[in-house]
Design a protein around this ligand. Sequence first.
Ligand SMILES: Cc1cc2nc3c(=O)[nH]c(=O)nc-3n(C[C@H](O)[C@H](O)[C@H](O)COP(=O)(O)O)c2cc1C
Length: 310
Amino acid sequence: MTDLLEVFKTRASVRKFKHEPLREGDLEKILFAARRAPTDATAQMYSLLRVTDTSLRQKIAQLAGGQEHIEAAAEFFLILADVHRLRRLVEHKGAVWGHWPRTAAHFAITDAVLAGSALATMAEWLGYGICWIGGVLNNIREIGDLCKLPKGVFPVAGLCVGVPEERPKPRPRLARELVVHENHYREPSSDELAAALVDMAPITRSGNWHALLARYFAEGGTMEQREGPYQAFAARQGFDPDIEPDAAGDAAAGSLGSLIQKTLEGGFRGVQFGPGHVWIEKETAAYRGEGPPGKALQSALLSWKAENKA
Ligand SMILES: Cc1cc2nc3c(=O)[nH]c(=O)nc-3n(C[C@H](O)[C@H](O)[C@H](O)COP(=O)(O)O)c2cc1C
């Protein structure tokens, strides 16, 4: 039996898998570990979506950026933040669901990551390779639609588990002093930052970790590209405090700010909020929407659309 410390010392994400299933009984063990993870307020605000349909797996692999390991792994899960089932439980005996969209996202992501992490650690302890897949955010709406995710549910990441065809060397991490703080937050010095870039260099093929960070996180990078569709999908699924989920698909905006911007870009002269309502003006007409700001603006836009369709 492998020591857990040894698992952490030697583990590395695996991206080449043998086309073999998990050994008998192991699927149950990794799912058991996931379900035993701690959970906020007893609620278990997560779901695991096991993708067994080969053509669905292929589509997800393409939508996640053409990642072949998603197809090759014995198992692939979508790790889902999920308050849908919780809402059904709360409403089951007549209680009214509260309005806490941001907090829901916070704790549902936490629960999902804890369950996924327990699953992944159990799998690695059993000798399997794993790879988390953030690439599912590249086309989050399409993947959500393919998997028929109801309101209250969104993918946090994918997770491949399978029999490894490679055993990569453990990859570097930042120094302990940079990530472990004591009593108060300590700013890293400029020398420490320079040393961190050197320490982490071997994690990339090019030996230039900074270039990788810039590609993901700097202006125009992958994360900025994901932000708009992510906001819009999160709003559609009910995780934005200002946007009404039912109209969000139509408005396709992920925040009140982006909805105002879209309205102005759509040729409206002005957006005038008053208590409990908004007016938007275009040419010689004005359209009114009622309710809190996001809802009001969404309904004003819908009245404009309805009038201009007719
Ligand atoms: C949330 C998350 C998303 C990730 N997304 C991807 C991905 O889309 N594709 C991939 O090949 N690896 C992905 N990874 C794996 C990381 O690249 C990997 O964990 C990191 O480079 C450190 O390497 P190691 O796990 O081998 O130590 C992801 C990891 C996490 C935690």
